[in-house]
Design a protein around this ligand. Sequence first.
Ligand code: NAD
Length: 381
Amino acid sequence: MKSSYKRRQFLHHMGQAAVAVPGLSMLSFDALSESLISAEDKLTADNKQAKKLGIALVGLGQYSEEQLAPALQETKNCRLAGIVTGTPDKVGKWKEKYNIPDKNVYNYLNFDSIKDNSDIDIVYIVLPNSMHAEYTIRAAKAGKHVICEKPMATSVKDCEAMIQACKEAGKMLSIGYRLHFEPHNIAMANYGSKKTFGKVKKIIAIDSQEMEAGAWRLDRERAGGGPLMDLGVYCVQGALYTVGENPVSVSAKEGEKTDTERFAEVEQSIDFQLEFPGGAVANCHTSYAEQGNTLRAEAEKGWFELDPAYGYDGLKGKTSKGDMDIENVNQQALQMDDFADCVANKKPTRVPGEMGLRDVKILMAIYEAARTGKPVALKLA
Ligand code: NAD
């Protein structure tokens, strides 16, 4: 979905959907209602902000080039103001295409001098996973607010250091969890939390994609793991916001490697099960050697599902009562506009660093469960 018309339609639709309609966010579920930002808040955001905040993208790979930079042409509260890249060949094209002045172009060595640049309010880290911590911390020390891509980092310790650095600098940190701004996924969370089909008993979440040999995502050092880190995190997120609880236990089993060369360093696939305190169970599967994109909830009085569930566009939803009639939107534009609104108006983000940390704790527990063959208990805040 590219047009601002559809974006307006979504905001309109969300406005009509009533103030009580929550978003997806939750950390501790006791705090659920506090952390939710109503659709009506979102509608008023555009009126509150006088100046578009400047965003600098760090890492000009596929996601920056194909999704974030185009989305920043549709945003109302923020704009693409700068770039940070280690590849000088990319600079000319980006400068020309997005009208970026020389003074807003950085490389990884001079990145810290971004602190003197008042055009840049927010730094968006779009680098391989193992680099998220270093650049988030450097951005915070340079006095910038930060959006960091998922997974937040490759260890719990790194996530904690990122949160601490932003806290010390007095800057906001959010994770690039775009689906919290996506209306099909918001509908799943609403059906779950409002018990529209009764209490959710079972979740099935699958996110799988082929990964070509040689990609950094197959390098344990840079990716922190395989499909679980990259795609499985969507299954974790989907299960949590649909059930509306944090899991208390995980068990997991790594799949067989049919291509031992491609998957020499990371898992080819993994199945995992999350158990929730209210009795719901999520059965999840993620793989780099097949296709799959589903989030399904089975509840006491019916079912609801998305297929595809986690893409940028073309999401489709069905329930036991019929199709979901929901427009696709530009998720990244809504996500970045919301963060700019939070920064400008000192509001908490619905996708904070603490949520990224919670999820990395779950991912690490899944790996531990697969390694040991035993369930791992989780004590999440
Ligand atoms: P990519 O490989 O296309 O881009 C990575 C960028 O990092 C490139 O510009 C590359 O030059 C740069 N880089 C710097 N040092 C590097 C190194 N040592 N090794 C490899 N690249 C290096 O990757 P991408 O798909 O743009 O993913 C970047 C991040 O964004 C990842 O954390 C990924 O999980 C996340 N992502 C999120 C979504 C989403 O939907 N939220 C989608 C895609 C990617």
